[in-house]
Write a protein that binds this ligand. Structure first.
Ligand code: MN
Length: 402
């Protein structure tokens, strides 16, 4: 049976990126967002491929949602392994199959699904990031997880290895429920409360998705932003096959368990880093510009002594004091410690992140990033050179909502 869903999607490149590596799918009853990562155009390829394979497997092959996500993982991984230009690419995936009285949600990475019900916003996914794990283990306060330097270092992503662990959950649906799928470009710029207010204020899905994206860009737009909003019809209870009529209230979640109701798996080493959110860096650059404008040496001293980053120096992973990049030809970092980790022993996506500089708020956090990087080292393995016929071309993203 079908139910008349209203839905809309919006995406924006943001203010800091040269390409939009997010992809989405809005083909009822299947919805998804994917946030691709990797050098050059690889992030585009990863997210577009994942979404395309997901749609094909679910809609054409009738595959179960979790199996379709695993197939998408294999497809992205195969492509990344066969083309050195795409080596190290990966993508998040948060997808929903909307049924009349329930919705199935599958999730890998740090994109998110939310449920708005009777004015309350509930997060349905947990981020597969280092920071989120540290918060769950009680090592950092939960409220710090969204600002932690490792908040964007993923512990799981599609395409990175031949196998992937997929979170799967089924939620009961009530009339008037609104669901949101979004990439971290939204949740890194807006708080859950700000997201809730917009979803509450905007009745029409088109306006809700558009305004979420607009507000994230207005708040800084540090990343690509994508939002998919799905509304169940109000008031009328969709029929439940063989189960009488009306909507049964969703059973209460057992106290003490998280949404997924199961214990967390053993932490995997971080495998991919999403691009940095650069708010702090811009603040520091602003401080330095103030010096140039004659505001005094104090701001520059503050900036250089209180900022750290991990970057690349002569092919080695290096801890710097200062901020990555340069302004008017002046570099803002000084070498504090050169590690013994060669950057060419790291996945391509990490090499790119090191070129940009991975920022930290103090030395301990910088050294923590080095420890995470150390676990990523891979033996240099020669890639098979691609034969002319097998070079993959970026697949079109299917299902862009009209
Ligand atoms: Mn992102």
């Amino acid at each position: 049976m079908t139910v008349a869903l209203r839905h809309a999607a919006a995406t924006d490149i943001g203010l800091a990126r040269r390409t939009n590596e997010d992809a989405f799918l809005a083909e009822p009853p299947l919805f998804a967002v994917a946030d691709g990562m990797g050098g050059h155009s690889a992030g585009d390829v990863a997210s577009a491929t994942a979404v395309e394979v997901l749609a094909r497997e679910v809609k054409d092959a009738g595959e179960a949602l979790a199996a379709a996500v695993k197939a998408a993982n294999e497809a992205v991984h195969r492509q990344a392994s066969s083309d050195p230009g795409l080596s190290g690419m990966g993508t998040t995936m948060t997808a929903m199959l909307a049924g009349p009285t329930s919705a199935q949600i599958v999730h890998v990475g740090d994109s998110r699904a939310y449920l708005l019900r009777e004015g309350r916003l509930e997060r349905l996914t947990r981020d597969h990031t280092v920071a989120d794990r540290l918060a769950r283990e009680g090592k950092i306060p939960a409220e710090d997880a969204d600002r932690h330097p490792q908040r964007s270092i993923l512990e799981r992503a599609l395409g990175v290895s031949p196998e992937v662990n997929v979170d799967v959950e089924v939620i009961d649906i009530r009339p008037d429920d609104r669901l949101l799928l979004c990439t971290d470009g939204l949740t890194s710029m807006l708080t859950d409360e700000e997201i809730r207010e917009i979803l509450e204020a905007e009745d029409v899905p088109e306006r809700a998705s558009k305004r979420l994206v607009e507000e994230a860009v207005r708040a800084g737009g540090n990343d690509n932003v994508t939002a998919v909003v799905v509304d169940y019809p109000a008031g009328e209870a969709p029929g439940i096959e063989g189960a009488g009529t009306g909507m049964a209230p969703a059973p209460p979640r057992p106290a003490g368990s998280d949404f997924w109701g199961r214990s967390a798996p053993a932490p995997a080493p971080p495998i991919l880093s999403a691009p940095p959110r650069t708010g702090r860096r811009w603040l520091v650059m602003l401080a330095i510009v103030l010096v140039v404008l004659g505001a005094g040496a104090f701001a520059a001293r503050w900036a250089l002594s209180n900022s750290w980053y991990v970057g690349e120096n002569d092919g080695m992973v290096t801890v710097f004091r200062g901020v990555p990049g340069s302004f008017a030809g002046i570099r803002f970092g000084t070498v504090e410690r050169v590690t013994d980790i060669r950057t060419d022993s790291l996945p391509a996506v990490y090499q790119r992140r090191l070129e940009e500089g991975m920022t930290a708020s103090d030395r301990d956090q910088a050294e923590g990033i080095v420890r995470d990087i150390r676990e990523l080292r891979v033996a240099p393995s020669p890639f098979p050179s691609p034969s002319p016929g097998t070079s993959p071309s970026p697949a079109p993203v299917p299902g862009l909502s009209p």
